[in-house]
Design a protein around this ligand. Structure first.
Ligand code: CDP
Length: 204
């Protein structure tokens, strides 16, 4: 079974998807880590973004390994966030990373998180959730993770949202059959409970 969790930056996707995967005994797929690792590779090596994405050898787990190197922290900097969002507008980059994601999702039970899992990567996913949250709340959460001020985060976030929603290829949007969940004011446990309830219902 595939549980697709999509939504904008800071809506709580990563925390919720990881916790839901653990509660369900499913494997967690962080598709954003692939865009980030490809972006880091591009920043370090230069050249064509699509080539860096195609040659990316990534292992996702507790740590993120790219070509065998631990890049778990290096892919979380604001520079890499911005570059990831930028290369995510490139159709060839998207195809390369979507292919890798589909190969993983072909077998087993997954909670997959991203921007286009329910719409493009796994349109047949049995459960689709679209997480949203109030922009100020999203910025507050991200700022406390990064230890920076919420105003700077809010500006970067608005730029990334606009870039993700406005791009030509696979723009950020909810799948028609996704359940929209507003996480503003909800605890992680409450959101995970709603997701596990959807999985139970989908199992019939
Ligand atoms: O954690 P956060 O929501 O800030 O970002 P992320 O999920 O790690 O993704 C980083 C960037 O990759 C996003 O801004 C998107 O532009 C892009 N992305 C995408 O286009 N499609 C996905 N399935 C996942 C990420």
């Amino acid at each position: 079974m595939v549980v697709a969790i999509d939504g904008p930056a800071g809506a709580g996707k990563s925390t919720v998807a990881r916790a839901a995967a653990q509660a369900l005994g499913f494997t967690y797929l962080d598709s954003g880590a692939m865009y980030r690792a490809a972006a880091l590779k591009l920043l370090e090596e230069g050249g064509a973004a699509s080539e860096r994405a195609e040659e990316l050898e990534i292992e996702l787990g507790d740590r993120v390994l790219a070509g065998g190197r631990d890049v778990s922290e290096a892919i979380r900097t604001p520079e890499v966030s911005e570059a990831a969002s930028r290369i995510a507008t490139n159709a060839k980059v998207r195809k390369a990373l979507t292919d890798k994601q589909r190969a993983l999702l072909a077998e087993g039970d997954w909670v997959a998180e991203g921007r286009d899992i329910g719409t493009v990567v796994a349109p047949a996913a049995e459960v689709k959730v679209y997480l949203v949250a109030d922009p100020a709340e999203r910025a507050r959460r991200r700022a406390s993770e990064l230890g920076t001020d919420a105003e700077t985060v809010m500006r970067d976030q608005a730029l990334r949202d606009a870039q993700d929603e406005g791009r030509e290829h696979s723009p950020l949007r909810a799948a028609d059959d996704a359940v929209e969940l507003d996480t503003t004011g909800l605890t992680v446990e409450e959101v995970v409970e709603r997701i596990t309830a959807l999985v139970t219902a989908a199992r019939g």
